[in-house]
Design a protein around this ligand. Structure first.
Ligand code: FAD
Ligand code: FES
Length: 244
């Protein structure tokens, strides 16, 4: 973990409530896709955790949804704004287990970390397929960006306004070697039940401190409680014990 200042390069809306922010700074603490940073926002006590979407050199892209006062404040930040961030947080996804045909399953703002993962898997010579779930057609983002990487993309919308009508679990292909997923907990539980292979789940739980001190993010596993911010956010399918 590293505390550093990141400079906003751009910040633009992709949909009514999802923004893409590009930041420049020291990225040396990040080593894997699926890690996150914890950003201090002016006037807020708790930092806000946001997944790395992708990193190129000293540039970082994050995608975030405005859900409350903190992310609303972020959406107003313009180029040149400096953000105090804890970087290199979390374990991230392990790409070595993917096999040849990994499947990436994302829902809403669970999709951003899967973009950097797709990029890494494709760079390693894997054929990545992605199933991206949204509520409606006007909430779709990054479909073309995944395609541009060379991933096979299927979109699902809950109301059927684009792609497959239904949830991501209604659009899963039959043939894949391993899976990686991130999204809201009901989606993760459905993927857990529907999946036919091993895989890795990334949790975007509410957090307190964000670096292992408060136990505010703990999750039950077969080897005891794990802190999502320290031992996660990525957990293996076989270790998860879902709370009712
Ligand atoms: C490891 C990790 C990675 C994350 N990555 C992303 C990302 O890439 N993009 C993104 O948009 N969001 C991501 N989140 C969620 C993001 O941190 C929260 O949406 C944000 O902190 C909300 O801040 P706020 O001040 O706007 O909302 P608040 O005012 O704190 O809350 C507003 C509403 O959002 C709900 N909320 C707050 N945090 C969460 C959460 N973690 N999960 C579900 N509901 C929440 C609250 O219950 C409340 O209803 C991630 C969270 C974690 C833990
Ligand atoms: S948020 Fe404090 S231990 Fe994870």
């Amino acid at each position: 973990m590293k505390q550093t200042l990141l400079t906003v390069l751009s910040n633009r809306p992709l949909t009514k409530s999802v923004y893409e922010m590009k930041l420049r700074g020291d990225m040396s603490a990040f080593s894997r896709p699926g890690q996150f940073l914890n950003i201090r926002l002016d006037g807020f006590y708790l930092r806000r955790p946001i997944s790395v979407c992708c990193i190129e050199g000293d540039e970082l892209t994050i995608l975030y949804k405005t859900v409350g006062h903190g992310t609303e404040a972020m959406s107003a930040y313009g180029p040149g704004k400096q953000l105090d961030a804890l970087t290199g947080l979390g374990n991230g996804y392990d790409t070595e287990k993917s096999g040849d045909r990994p499947l990436l399953i994302g829902g809403g703002v669970g999709i951003p970390p899967l973009y950097g993962l797709a990029k890494a898997l494709i760079a390693e010579g894997r054929h990545a397929a992605a199933v991206l779930g949204f509520n409606t057609a006007d909430e779709i983002f990054y479909e073309n960006e995944f395609r541009a990487l060379g991933a096979t993309v299927t979109v699902a919308t809950a109301d059927g306004s684009a792609g497959v009508k239904g949830f991501v679990t209604d659009a899963l292909p039959d043939d894949y070697s391993y899976f990686y997923t991130c999204g809201p907990e009901p989606m993760l539980k459905a993927v857990y039940r529907a999946s036919k292979t091993s895989g890795q789940f990334s949790f975007e739980e509410r957090m307190g401190c964000g670096f292992g001190a408060c136990m505010g993010c703990s999750c039950r596993t077969v080897t005891g409680y794990k802190r999502i911010c320290r031992e996660g956010p990525v957990l293996e399918k076989e270790e998860i014990l879902w709370e009712k």
